[in-house]
Design a protein around this ligand. Sequence first.
Ligand SMILES: [Zn+2]
Length: 68
Amino acid sequence: MGLFKAPQPVRVEIKGNPLNCIICRHQGFHRRDVQINKLSLLTPDWADPVAVCYECDNCGYLHWFMPK
Ligand SMILES: [Zn+2]
């Protein structure tokens, strides 16, 4: 009877390549946009300091991507 329905995992493609979890080879992920303002002190040229990470729906491993 959960009030909050768990989001469905999605399949992800990176530049036309299907993303498989590097740990367990799973193909379902949850997307998270992550602010990295605090890290931007090291690289102040970043215009949009948001990274994208995909959390494996099976093992929880985070796959990080920087915007291109
Ligand atoms: Zn996994």
